[in-house]
Design a protein around this ligand. Structure first.
Ligand code: SF4
Length: 424
């Protein structure tokens, strides 16, 4: 026993490069993409807290190739995408490895999303960049980033940022299919994503004012919604939902084929934890239930306040439609999926499908990385019982990995598009 402990002690530290306090001023924090607006916003949040930070470019073919090469082939495609984005950036010589740190999400302890930092460390070391530090947005149990903590200030600013960029993303998706001059909605999006992220560096009030400007700009984009297109909800694994190059430009493909695309809000994904914590505490399924419930109540209050304030601004958008509240979504899966199932997107996938099916949407695409067990269960696995409840809807499940191209997906997507057009 003692010799095993001695042997373990003799091993080199797995995380020898730490993100220290002095790195806050020295290193540039690289933020990979969940969506473009998310990484642009998250990078602005880092800057507002005194860090130097830039968003990474969206993964191109080379980034995906590097991700596949240096992250184990069996690991999640989203990990390959985000780590590949960092490797690609470093391969261009745009920054010295000793002067950057990679920021990675760590938000699901039950599946591999909680372990991306370990995959990234190995990939960076193997690719010849051991000097790059890593920081994560979750609990730092391995003590790899003493110079960063995702404390209350960070979380609140991220919450404002997510709520504002969710509204911006919803506006471009509601306007682009109906614009009279191609490219106008994208132009408004680019201009106001930049303005919102710069405003966010100066606080939530400025970000809200910038969102107000964006609403007015989108209201001025010439558009004709007199003939509504069939709508399709794209839902599934969070990165695959929003990451344009990872999902092979799925949203634009569906728009080009005459559809209007709906996506869930990113803020909903994070708020779900609070709802579940409250429920688990109430059912006695959590440790220290009283404390857990009090913390969850306080966090839920913060979510309510921020989302409510942003909604007041977003309501002035001419094509405004209220988005479903998380508590409403959780209630809708009662007796269908237990809300304690949180791995991956958990019960959110069936909840969102049921919500929009009740609102008259008949087409749904569930997208997930190939081999993503949690979302295979609450994604593909719930299609049959959902179809029993809503026999008139079409649900298409698509699996993605490095080798998937739009040509592989097109036949199945075309069947969905044709069926949707028959119903309108
Ligand atoms: S949800 Fe799926 S793809 Fe995402 S980290 Fe978990 S296992 Fe991987």
């Amino acid at each position: 026993m003692k010799s095993a402990a001695r042997a373990a002690a003799a091993l080199p530290r797995p995380y020898s490069r730490l993100f220290s306090r002095s790195d806050k001023k020295r290193r540039v924090v690289l933020v990979p993409n969940l969506s473009r607006s998310f990484s642009t916003m998250a990078s602005a949040v880092f800057r507002s807290l005194g860090y130097r930070s830039v968003p990474l470019p969206l993964a191109d073919q080379q980034a995906q190739h590097l991700g596949k090469r240096f992250v184990h082939n069996d690991a999640c495609f989203p990990a390959q995408i985000n780590i590949g984005e960092c490797l690609r950036f470093l391969s261009t010589g745009a920054a010295a490895p000793g002067e950057v740190a990679l920021a990675l999400a760590k938000n699901c302890e039950d599946c591999r999303a909680g372990q991306y930092f370990a995959l990234a460390r190995k990939a960076l070391d193997d690719a010849g960049y051991p000097e790059v530090a890593i920081l994560t947005t979750g609990a730092d149990r391995k003590h790899i980033h003493p110079g960063f903590s995702s404390g209350l200030r960070y979380q609140l600013r991220m919450l404002w940022g997510m709520a504002v960029t969710d509204a911006l993303d919803a506006m471009v998706r509601a306007t682009r299919p109906y614009e009279l001059t191609p490219g106008c909605a994208d132009l408004a999006y680019e201009e106001h994503l930049d303005k919102i992220s710069r405003a966010l560096e100066h606080g939530a009030k400025k970000a809200c004012a910038a969102l107000g400007d964006a609403v007015r700009a989108f209201n001025d984009v010439p558009a004709d919604r007199s003939r509504k297109r069939p709508r399709v909800l794209v839902t599934g694994e969070i990165l695959m939902n929003y990451h344009e190059t990872a999902n092979r430009q799925l949203v634009r493909y569906l728009e080009k084929n005459g559809m209007e695309v709906l996506l869930p809000d990113i803020v909903t994904f994070f708020r779900r934890q609070v709802i579940v914590d409250k429920d688990m505490a109430r059912r006695g399924l959590a440790r220290r239930p009283v404390t857990k419930r009090m913390v969850a109540e306080a966090l839920d209050g913060a979510y309510r306040h921020v989302v409510g304030k942003v909604e007041l601004i977003y309501k002035h958008f001419r094509f405004y439609e209220p988005r479903p509240a998380v508590s409403e979504l959780a209630a809708s899966v009662a007796g269908f999926v237990d809300t304690a199932i949180m791995a991956g997107e958990g019960w959110l996938i069936p909840a969102e499908i049921m919500h929009y099916a009740r609102k008259g949407v008949t087409s749904f695409v569930i997208i997930q990385p190939f081999g993503c067990l949690p979302n295979q269960i609450t994604g593909r696995g719930i299609i049959k019982p959902l179809k029993e409840r809503f026999p008139h809807i079409n649900i298409l499940a698509l699996d993605y990995d490095y080798d998937v191209s739009m040509a592989n997906l097109e036949n199945r997507l075309q069947m969905l598009v044709m069926a949707a057009k028959q119903f309108t």
